[in-house]
Ligand binder design. Structure first.
Ligand SMILES: C[S@@+](CC[C@H](N)C(=O)[O-])C[C@H]1O[C@@H](n2cnc3c(N)ncnc32)[C@H](O)[C@@H]1O
Length: 228
């Protein structure tokens, strides 16, 4: 794995590790960042497969392209698109698998993102995602302070039950939790103090302490039901 992809990795799991990717699969990575999961997916789907990395930040796409070149994968079917996840511009029924690693919690309109993932998946296609959720609700004023800084992956996290409901409403079935891990204080701190503090100032120590034990990373899969 090229250093650039490792250094930019900001995930909270390893979706390609539990996505059961097969040679020839078409994979779309939502919020590909520096490209780590695109590279891992490309190795699994092989030269017959195809991987598309999508990110809203052109700077991340540039770095992901560089990482793919450094990984020696320029001959593979790998593409990148700068787009928001609720408007990928990909066709209907396009992908076998959508992966995403610590991204959807950052999206204000999670309904729209899951509807888009559902739309671009073929029937019986699946998602394999790592994300951040709240295992207990937090006080509205505390939530507001996190949202005003949009710090790391905490600001947009929603209660776990609401998260599954969002997916069910988009049409997904067979939601299976692969792992759930309550973030330790150290992990919370690392996540809350993400790089770019000039854009997203970290929350105070007190606010961080108040969410301790209430934030989890979850890894899960789900599927788009087959056509009847
Ligand atoms: C926490 S980083 C994770 C990056 C990568 N998945 C990883 O594991 O290293 C979140 C990424 O999601 C992208 N992102 C956040 N919201 C987005 C949106 N609404 N549409 C597209 N990309 C988005 C950011 O630009 C950033 O690259």
């Amino acid at each position: 794995m090229p250093e650039i992809a490792l250094n930019l990795s900001r995930g909270c799991g390893n979706p390609t590790g539990f996505a059961n990717l097969q040679p020839g699969d078409v994979v779309v990575d939502f919020g590909c960042g520096g490209g780590i999961d695109v590279i891992l997916a490309a190795h699994k789907v092989g030269s017959q497969g195809r991987v598309i990395g999508i990110d809203g930040a052109p700077q991340m796409i540039e770095r992901a392209q560089q990482a793919v070149a450094e990984a020696g994968l320029q001959d593979r079917n790998i593409e990148f698109r700068t787009a928001y996840l609720d408007k990928t511009q990909l066709p209907d029924d396009f992908a076998d698998v959508v992966t995403s690693n610590c991204v959807i919690n950052l999206c204000p309109d999670k309904d729209a993102v899951y509807e888009e993932a559902f739309r671009i998946l073929r029937s019986s296609g699946r998602i394999a995602i790592s994300d951040i959720v709240l295992t207990e609700n937090i006080a509205p004023e505390l939530r507001e302070r996190f949202q005003s800084t949009w710090a790391g992956c905490l600001g947009g996290a929603i209660p776990e039950e609401d998260y599954w409901q969002t997916m069910r409403e988009a049409g997904f079935a067979e939601i299976q939790i692969v792992a759930r891990h309550l973030l330790t204080p150290e992990e919370l701190e690392a996540m809350a103090c993400c790089p770019g503090e000039e854009f997203t100032p970290p929350p105070s120590k007190e606010d961080r302490a108040a969410v301790e034990g209430k934030v989890a990373s979850v890894k899960f899969t789900a599927m788009k039901p087959p056509l009847k």
